[in-house]
Design a protein around this ligand. Structure first.
Ligand code: FES
Ligand SMILES: [Fe+2]
Length: 383
């Protein structure tokens, strides 16, 4: 664990009374929350190490040896299904000299560190050390990978380092909201879901800038007219936005544009079911669509950069190749438009010429609640 950051030093970075006043006046968090390394360190301690993070789903973690890796802020994590079929999560840092043990995702028969070849079983126990007389080593039991918490909800696999709440407490009203908006919990209930792959974007912006951008569609008509706007009618989307007291929220489903409806499977095309987004505090986005699902995690990398990790899944419905290509292209273009936006926002935040701006009570509702939750989490660090 990093050392505690002094409250006095933090109060020199920003005055907590000023932040209280800005948020209660409906204004944004001050720019320093997106640019200062001390704020990032505080987020690491008070948000990321305490919150559950979505690692993946039971679809790609179905068989013994299936694994995925992620980072919870500064901590590398590996999630693996062991030989007995139990899902386990460990700190993905070798107990020899600290290299990350395993990268990416896939299937493995054991967890072998690529540096000097130490081998850990799928249960995290050290099982092999090449080229050493074991008498020179501390007992193997003391050199296993450090376990972290893991819980599965609706086929979604979450991990946490020092959770301050149970997973269900952290999710709060989200399951009920998902149900009420027509989400069918495909990772639990739909046969034939398949994992398509992972998409990685390294983005020069604070993680909150991207997350906030995803939390409103106020920008959609001006920023995505030719991409997202071709598929969906988002003119009324802000009216459907729901936010919860735990920093989560949802919006959508966006209805499809009328002219697009006949291109989708009949049972979907006639309904209002469309593209919807669900936010899980602090940094996860669950996206559900007509033919697939996507999960996004905004991993911070210091104050001015982040990694957006997306995982895509196909529903078993067959759609024509032209349509599926249209969806892929649309989402790739929309993402690149969003990345360009957030990188320019980050430049503005770092310019020293902007401190805080007004937000709309109905167009930026989720964003407001998210910022309030960020501040509620960080404020104890200032006292
Ligand atoms: S650091 Fe992993 S084997 Fe040496
Ligand atoms: Fe966008």
């Amino acid at each position: 664990m990093r050392e505690n950051i002094g409250a006095e030093a933090l109060r020199r970075v920003v005055d907590p009374a000023e932040v209280d006043a800005l948020l209660s006046a409906g204004r944004t968090l001050p720019a320093v929350f997106y640019t200062h390394s001390e704020i990032s360190r505080l987020e690491d301690q008070l948000i990321f190490r305490r919150a559950w993070q979505l690692a993946g789903t039971v679809v790609e973690l179905a068989r013994p040896g299936d694994y995925v890796t992620l980072r919870i802020s500064t901590v590398p994590i590996v999630v693996v299904r062991d030989k007995a079929g139990i899902l386990r999560a460990f700190v993905n840092v070798c107990t020899h000299r600290a290299q990350t043990v395993i990268e990416g995702d896939g299937n493995c028969s054991n967890l072998q560190c690529g540096y000097h070849g130490w081998t850990f079983g799928l249960d995290g126990k050290l099982s092999g050390v090449p080229g050493w007389r074991t008498a020179e080593l501390p007992p193997f039991e003391e050199l296993g990978l450090k376990p972290v918490f893991l819980e599965v909800w609706a086929g979604l696999v979450f991990v946490a380092i020092e959770p301050e709440q149970s997973l269900m407490e952290q999710l709060g009203e989200l399951p009920a909201v998902m149900r009420s908006t027509g989400y069918d919990f495909p990772f639990e209930t739909v046969d034939g879901m398949s994992f398509l792959g992972q998409y990685d974007y390294h983005i020069k912006a604070n993680w909150k800038v991207y997350h906030e951008n995803s939390s409103e569609c106020y920008h959609c008509p001006t920023s995505h007219p030719g991409t997202f706007g071709e598929l969906f009618d988002f003119s009324r989307v802000h009216l459907d936005a729901l936010s919860f007291n735990n920093g989560g929220g949802s919006f959508g489903p966006f209805p499809l544009r009328t002219e697009m409806r006949d291109r989708f499977p009949a049972e979907k095309a006639g309904s209002q079911y469309g593209y919807a987004q669900y936010f899980v505090w602090p940094n996860t986005l669950i996206v559900t669509g007509f033919v697939g699902e996507a999960l996004f995690r905004m991993e911070p990398r210091g104050s001015g950069s982040m990694r957006q990790v997306g995982r895509g899944y196909a529903r078993p419905e067959q759609v024509d190749a032209e349509l599926s290509n249209l969806i892929d292209v649309t989402f790739a273009q929309t993402t690149s438009e969003d990345i360009a936006i957030v990188e320019r926002v980050q430049e503005g935040l770092e310019s020293g010429m902007y401190s805080s701006g007004p937000t709309s009570a109905d167009r930026e509702t989720l964003l407001r609640d998210f910022q309030r939750r960020v501040w509620a989490s960080l404020r104890p660090g200032f006292e």
